[in-house]
Design a protein around this ligand. Sequence first.
Ligand code: C2E
Ligand code: CA
Ligand code: CA
Length: 612
Amino acid sequence: MGDVQQASGGGQASSGHGEFSVLVIEDNPGDRRLAELALTAGAEGTGAFCEVLLAGTLEEGLQLLATAERNAMHAILLDLGLPDAAGFDGLQRLKSLYPDIPVIILTGQNEEAVAISALKFGAADYLEKDEIRPRSLWRSIGYALERKKLEAELVYLAATDPLTMVKNRRALLEALPLIMENALRSELHCAVLIIDIDNFKQINDLLGHSTGDELLLTVASRISDAIRQTDVVGRLGGDEFAVIATNLKSPEGAIEIAEKITQAIAAVPEINGRPIEISSSVGIALFPSGVENSDELLTHADLAMYKAKKEGRASICLYDESLHHELRRRLLLKRAMVSDMATPGFYLDYQPIVDCKTHEIVSAEGLARWRTRDGKIVMPAEFIPIAEENGWIADLGMRMIEQACEFMSRSLSTGVPVVPISINVSPIQCKDKGFPGEFTRAIERRGLSPTLFNIEITESTFMQDIDGARRGLEALMHVGIGIHIDDFGTGYSSLSLLRDLPLKHLKLDRSFVSRLAEDLGTRPIMEAIIDLARKLEFKTVAEGVETAEQVKLLTEIGIDYLQGYYFSRPISAAKLCEELVMGGVVRNGYGLGLEAGHDMDNADKISRALGR
Ligand code: C2E
Ligand code: CA
Ligand code: CA
């Protein structure tokens, strides 16, 4: 290599801590030697060790760089007047090949203007050759390295989520196309996993934002620990994280990673010293899978995540074609809903609630149904979320209330026995300021007593705005409408909430009842809730009662009212009238209907009650 020599103070290759490698490209042997001495002396002065590589031409310099370890060179000193690179040519070539290595220009006397142009071409600094002193040279290199570090930090920050320090949305979106390309080239799979914490909003609202932040941080680090080094994790925003899983030999690998992640998240035992139970839902989209680009892959992962959410807590869902069909069905339902909303297509069935001791019907819950134009019945689990998402729920809810009032009014005017009706009210509808007034007017317009109506609301109604919700509920209670808590025990209930709100009934969630017979832990919990309810003077209702054994157990633990298929499925208004006319005692399950031999008088009353 002719003029090229290696001059290293200690004679060993250097790349460790406190050790630097600097390349000097300078054709004048005297200047080169000067730079070398200044570098080694300057380094020694600060207790560092500097390996100096010397090149007489740009070509030699490039050769040395090519053989050096990747990232091994810390800085380059470059003469602008090289035989094989005039002016800024050398600088430009170096910067295009090694953009990360700081280049310090060596200039002749009075070349300040040239030097300043060099800075514009990407040089880190310039030094006059005559002024090369160990300290000034070393300081210049120090600054250059510091700037490089800062730049790297800025790049890192621009790609990092400030709360959790995992990649941010932008960085993830940028990384995905490259990873997809790699997967194609290596004939392996990759996958996008979108991870969403279940009920995060409730946790946040109830425990406060700093606890929410703490939880996000913990989740981010749990996910990072659960995945491999080659996978990429980032936060898409809110409580949504994404992992790009790379180098998968088979699609199953993606599911295994998803399982590991959900387990890792579920293992979070406490946040800020408070025990916490969390779960997550994961949607997975695989590649290659026929998608055209990274956007489509992300959309698929997103759809799969929504599907997982719908399946309930802690679900993992893989995107497939059927999801597309489901999406289409939802869209068609939404369109049909717009045109059916104001028609009698939407109506209420009623499910009796019975006294635990006598099995007498004490009230009935109105459950919305939709008979579409082609005669199919759509259940509320499908259309209520559509109505909520599209802002139609207050309208739909009021229509159901009007129907219930109408039914009550007709029954009373024709002498059919009545029981109070419970109406399900969506949290969104309940927060509507106009709701208590509208409800009350619907009752008063028909001259009915408000005590004939209850509303069923879930705990999530109070989550964001307890005071607002309380005002609305108090207005309803004030006129005499009963407030019942539905699905009690599934949300994040707080005891003070129970004490402060104008409540009448707690309806224990179906999951308690279904576990009661098998799970030993459930009974004491139910007993404690019932005990508490009694002290606070609430009545308790068990829903989803399906078997004689459940009836027996629930009676033993002292629940007040029962509801479920064992007594009756939701039935039409006509059937409910018939039952009440027959005495309203439900003896056995699955068979509510007219008993043989009922008198015509009743049938007549019933049909008049129904307005026929
Ligand atoms: P929910 O208020 O918890 O109603 C109980 C659900 O459980 C009903 O489903 C009912 O048919 C079902 N069910 C009753 N007994 C049993 C049983 O023994 N076993 C089993 N497996 N299920 C039983 P449905 O009618 O499909 O309603 C689903 C949900 O839709 C309701 O849950 C309620 O949250 C909502 N919903 C229904 N009608 C309305 C409405 O008019 N407005 C609003 N906002 N929501 C409604
Ligand atoms: Ca209900
Ligand atoms: Ca319920």
